[in-house]
Design a binder for this molecule. Structure first.
Ligand code: NAD
Length: 366
């Protein structure tokens, strides 16, 4: 199979972690007989330096011409980088927002799973962490409160600010279908999260999710109120398979879920539209504090590449091979600095390695 992959290395640790993901993809391509053809795309601070803007029309066209885009991270240190003296719509992050919009990426997938080897980093009680968990949060990304009309006005000396939360049937249905498709490839359970006891938008959300669920008889559909979900994520995360939710609830819950795994350097993500196209990137940022030192953890980017194999190219065996190689390397004791045992934890068999070494180890085991 021939796959055209747009590559946004970006800023900070971006180029270092993307290089390792490409290394792993090359190993997979060699083993399974696929040709991964890469096109470099400029976005973020490096694009500002080269072109004056965080995303050019040419970069958007190159992303659209790709089958999928693999991204590192963008942005710099807000306190010291000259990029942050620019107006907000000219800063590195504006490039990513513009790209998501241009590609109509409405479904954001954030897996959160706990590796047994890293259970000590999990802030949950040992008995809860010990049960393990493996969930995917599917967050609606282009509608809801963050995209509704907003205004701030002063009437009779009193300032009032208003934001609007609205969802159409179409917006709900397309993201719900995505969640059920994903659940049918996993443990076959969708928990849809809303605030249907208060919000009209949530009542419509629940109705449409039920309609979509009727088309997936082998996938269990449960509804949960968002405040309860926030509690359940720390009380009993093992109950979740796919969590489906709207934009703002998903923003908050996906950060909560990522923190219970213990390490940002381990968490991949994907943003999908209604075709096979997706943008795949680690959940963390450009980590300017460790950029250029060769110590960043590339696993989130490598696992993002595995998601690309699974969701954009339907290469499930190849995605499994990458995920199993990551598990094997962790089981063998390889650790980058961010996932090293904390003081007092056992260090027997632990090998402290840098970005390249762990990338080599994973690609050798694919
Ligand atoms: P960050 O995620 O970059 O860093 C937070 C902490 O986590 C730092 O101590 C960093 O060293 C560590 N960290 C992050 N990724 C790591 C990895 N792979 N391996 C080891 N340690 C890692 O968050 P921040 O400092 O708030 O943001 C830095 C820049 O990244 C900002 O400009 C921000 O806007 C940008 N950012 C970009 C994206 C993106 O590209 N999608 C997402 C979040 C933040």
């Amino acid at each position: 199979m021939e796959c055209h992959i747009g590559v946004i290395s970006g800023d900070g640790i971006g180029p270092e972690i993307v290089a390792e993901a490409k290394k792993v993809l090359t190993a997979v391509g060699k083993k399974y007989g696929h040709d991964f053809i890469y096109t470099d795309i400029l976005m973020g601070g490096c694009s500002i330096d080269a072109t004056g803007v965080p995303l050019t029309d040419q970069a958007i066209a190159a992303a659209k011409a790709s089958d999928a885009v693999l991204m590192g991270s963008i942005g710099g240190d807000a306190a010291t980088s000259p990029w942050y003296r620019l107006p907000p719509d000219k800063r590195p992050e504006a490039g990513l927002l513009a790209l998501r919009k241009a590609l109509n990426l409405f479904a954001n997938l954030r897996p959160a799973s706990l590796y047994p080897e890293l259970a000590a980093a999990c802030p949950l009680r040992a008995d809860v962490a010990g049960a393990g968990f493996d969930m995917v949060i599917v967050r609606e990304l282009t509608g809801g409160l963050y995209f509704g009309a907003r205004k701030t006005e002063e009437v009779d000396g009193v300032v009032t600010a208003t934001d609007t939360l609205s969802y159409s049937e179409t917006e709900i249905r397309r993201v719900a279908k995505r969640a059920f498709d994903i659940a049918s490839k996993r443990r076959k359970k969708v928990t849809s999260v809303d605030k249907a006891n208060v919000l009209d938008s949530s009542r419509l959300w629940r109705k449409i999710v039920d309609e979509v669920a009727a088309g997936y008889p082998d996938v269990e559909c449960a509804h949960m109120l968002v405040d309860n979900c926030a509690m359940q994520l720390v009380k009993d995360p093992a109950q979740f398979d796919v969590v489906l939710t709207e934009n703002m609830f998903g923003d908050i819950l996906s950060d909560e879920a990522s923190m219970v795994t213990g390490s940002i350097g381990m968490l991949p993500s994907a943003s999908l539209n209604d075709t096979k196209f997706g943008l795949y990137e680690p959940s963390g940022g450009s980590a300017p504090d460790i950029a250029g030192k060769g110590i960043a953890n590339p696993i989130a980017t490598i696992l993002s590449a595995a998601m690309m194999l699974r969701y954009s190219f339907d290469l499930d065996a190849e995605a499994d091979a990458v995920e199993n190689a990551v598990k094997a390397v962790l089981a063998e004791g390889y650790r980058t600095i961010d996932i090293m045992p904390r003081p007092g934890e056992p260090t027997d068999g632990i090998k402290k390695v840098g970005t390249k070494e762990i990338g080599d180890a994973i690609s050798e085991r694919c």
